[in-house]
Design a binder for this molecule. Structure first.
Ligand code: IVH
Length: 677
């Protein structure tokens, strides 16, 4: 008994500490799954020992209270939390309890099954259709007034479309989409700012900025899932209809939400989310299951912290903790030395992870991870895994802080940090690791796309002395290759054929492959289209380069210098002599015609595409991209600063509006994950 009491007290203290770290400081110390485990244990102990129950226990509370930066808002109706289940057995048991409570057969109950977005809850007050207030959940009763920051969220209506008389609250989740999170952290890295541990923390930190101008620069989105009719003047047949109303008013809602009947279908649909969580553009940490019938909801009511008519099925975490075995450094094609973690293998987000990037010296110092530490590893979408930070292990002696090596692990030349940059470079132009990566990049999919020429093959060719530069690839003969290990006559020929056909690659691909600083695929296409041939590009005056759309002074200077460097001139002359086309040919399109015969209108700017670039990408997929919306329009892709008339027209005609983050998906598959409405 005593030990149960001690354990309960310990758990309550720990949970309170982690609540503070998570909600108030936006800086969690442990993965969500570890936190959930503490809560589950506490709940179990409390139900075994009712004498230890306390109203003040974390099991009765919703998140953390407020801080002092924002003024307080008392919620018109409390913002509750959800009870959790962790597997389908518990989920089935919950459904049985619900059915019993209602005196209905489990097979007759209709549920809405929807994603549990990993963000933070927000309540928006609209008076006569106009947004007047935005508040965080706080402790569920009193939240923080974040109205000014909320007004910077681009995908939520400042005014309800179609209008509404009276008072409503729209509740939902503020989040940062996976793609936006990656670019935000990239930007933080480039600007020497602090990287965010995960999209949720980034969203929370961004929403709770003192200065709305900072919030404005953060890619926040809002997804709504609850309509609170404060006047009680609206009539809805069921929950799903309320979601439809939100969507009509202009809110983003989850298109994946569907209503299913009976426990089996409900469990099945919840598992669908588990399977498809990586296909969603935002992170989810679970699935929310809600009774669809509003009368049934009223009959069941609430406990002190959560409704009885809804449940969250938590999904296995996208973050895992594992042991950091060592920190090593790899050398990239530009000579950049990137530290990475060698980990005890662990399965994160469905794949086995044994290495994770640590980005640069400052990141290692800031995260203070040391060999031997227990660390948290995360993966957002399909990206490279990264180490979030170390898990404190009280009482354990740690190794001293890791030191960045002073010499290149590949060639032994000194490593240097330049100026204010956080990156460290091997400055030896003859470093074999750089050469290897340059050639691998040249052959990679985004560049010359030479099949069969991956890192290990290139390493083998270099070691055999068959190549010393990208141009040497075009001199390879089958008889050179067939003696090499793992490369018989047949695969040797296949490789030579692949290299041969790469001679016809469009200039833009060659420009990407050369790895000219600051020249990515978008700039490469602009340059290639503007000049047509490498010769024309190489002789263009600096001012002409600078004047090109999408090519700023930095890219222009980099290209200008590249073309004038003696070594580069010799390489280009050789490539020319070896039969490379070096002109912007229109490549045979091998892209799947996902948009054949479909009209896709683009409004606003899409990251990574110029106006023409987006149009071209649609055409490459067999579609057209007219300048205006009609009832024949397949969908409207909505970028930054979209045109109001196109949006209005699309809404009038019921043409689906696709967020910019789904443009890639649209091109690849002809369909999309989320619809703006
Ligand atoms: S419904 C009374 N639906 O999860 C019902 N919540 O762990 C209140 N959340 O506080 C919530 N996605 O911040 C609901 N589709 C969804 C959700 C969702 C994420 C969050 C929300 C809530 C927390 C509970």
């Amino acid at each position: 008994m005593n030990s149960a009491r001690e354990r309960v007290e310990f758990l309550r203290r720990e949970i309170a500490r982690h609540n503070e770290a998570y909600y108030a400081n936006d800086a969690p110390e442990i993965p969500d799954a570890d936190y959930d485990a503490l809560l589950v244990e506490l709940r179990a102990l409390e139900s075994e020992h009712p004498e230890l129950e306390s109203e003040a226990s974390a099991t009765h509370q919703v998140g953390a209270g407020t801080t002092t930066v924002f003024s307080e808002v008392t919620h018109a109706q409390p913002m509750l939390s959800l009870d959790n289940v962790f597997d389908v057995v518990e989920l089935g048991a919950w459904a049985d309890r619900v059915a019993r409570g209602l005196g209905e057969a489990p097979s007759s109950l209709a549920y809405a099954v929807e994603p549990k977005i990993d963000g933070l809850a927000l309540s928006l007050r609209y008076v006569d259709g106009v947004l007047v207030q935005g508040a965080t959940r706080g402790d569920g009763r009193v939240g923080e007034d974040v109205t000014d920051n909320v007004r910077t969220i681009k995908n939520l209506p400042q005014q309800l479309r179609g209008g509404h008389r009276g008072n409503v609250e729209v509740r939902g989740e503020v989040f940062i989409a996976k793609a936006d999170f990656l670019s935000l952290n990239q930007q933080q890295r480039e600007q020497g700012g602090k990287e965010f541990a995960n999209p949720r923390n980034a969203a929370a930190g961004s929403l709770r900025q003192k200065d709305p101008a900072v919030s404005r620069t953060r890619p926040l989105s809002f997804l709504s899932y609850q309509l609170v009719d404060l006047d009680g003047s609206m009539q809805f047949e069921n929950y799903y209809r309320t979601i439809e109303q939100l969507s009509k008013w202009g809110f983003f809602t989850a298109v994946e939400t569907i209503v299913v009947t009976g426990t089996d279908a409900m469990i099945g649909r919840s598992s669908w989310f588990e399977e498809h969580r990586h296909d969603l553009s935002y992170e989810i940490d679970g699935v929310v299951i809600k009774l669809n019938d509003l009368d049934q909801r009223a009959a069941l009511g609430f406990t002190s912290r959560a409704p009885r008519w809804a449940i969250a099925r938590k999904l296995p975490p996208e973050e895992r903790s594992t042991r950091l075995l060592a920190i090593e450094v790899s050398i990239g094609r530009t000579g950049r030395a990137t530290p990475y973690a060698v980990l005890e293998p662990v399965v994160v987000a469905g794949s086995r992870v044994s290495m994770a990037t640590l980005h640069n010296e400052d990141q290692v110092a800031q995260k203070d991870v040391r060999p031997g530490d227990l660390v948290i590893v995360r993966k957002a979408g399909d990206v490279i895994p990264e180490v979030v930070g170390a898990v404190p292990e009280p009482g354990k002696r740690r190794k001293p802080p890791w030191k960045f090596p002073t010499n290149c692990p590949e060639c032994g030349a000194p490593l240097q940090r330049v100026g204010e940059e956080s990156d460290t470079y091997c400055v030896n132009p003859a470093c074999p690791a750089q050469l290897l990566q340059q050639i691998v990049h040249f052959a990679s999919r985004g560049a010359l796309d030479i099949e069969g020429l991956g890192e290990s093959r290139v390493a083998q060719l270099l070691a055999a002395g068959l190549i010393r530069d990208v141009a040497d690839l075009f001199t390879l003969k089958v008889s050179d290759l067939s003696p090499l290990e793992g490369l018989g006559e047949l695969s040797g020929r296949a490789l030579v054929d692949a290299i041969t056909s790469a001679r016809g690659a469009a200039l833009s691909r060659v420009l990407v492959g050369l790895g000219i600083r600051h020249v990515g695929p978008v700039a490469a296409r602009e340059l290639a289209r503007a000049f047509g041939t490498y010769d024309a590009l190489a002789s263009a005056p600096l001012e002409v380069l600078e004047a090109l759309e999408g090519v700023g002074p930095v890219i222009a200077a980099s290209v200008y210098d590249y073309c004038r460097d003696q070594e580069n001139r010799e390489r280009m002359a050789r490539l020319d002599a070896l039969g490379l086309t070096l002109r912007e040919v229109r490549e045979e399109t091998s892209l799947e015609q996902t948009l054949a015969g479909r009209a896709v209108v683009v409004t606003g700017s899409l990251e990574g595409y110029s106006r023409d670039g987006a149009e071209e990408a649609i055409k490459e997929r067999g579609g057209t991209s007219p300048g205006s919306v009609s009832k024949k329009t397949y969908c409207v892709v909505v970028g930054d600063a979209p045109g109001a008339s196109k949006l209005t027209k699309a809404a009038e005609l019921g043409v689906p509006m696709v967020p910019a983050t789904d443009f890639g998906e649209l091109l690849r598959t002809g369909t999309w994950n989320n619809t703006l409405s």
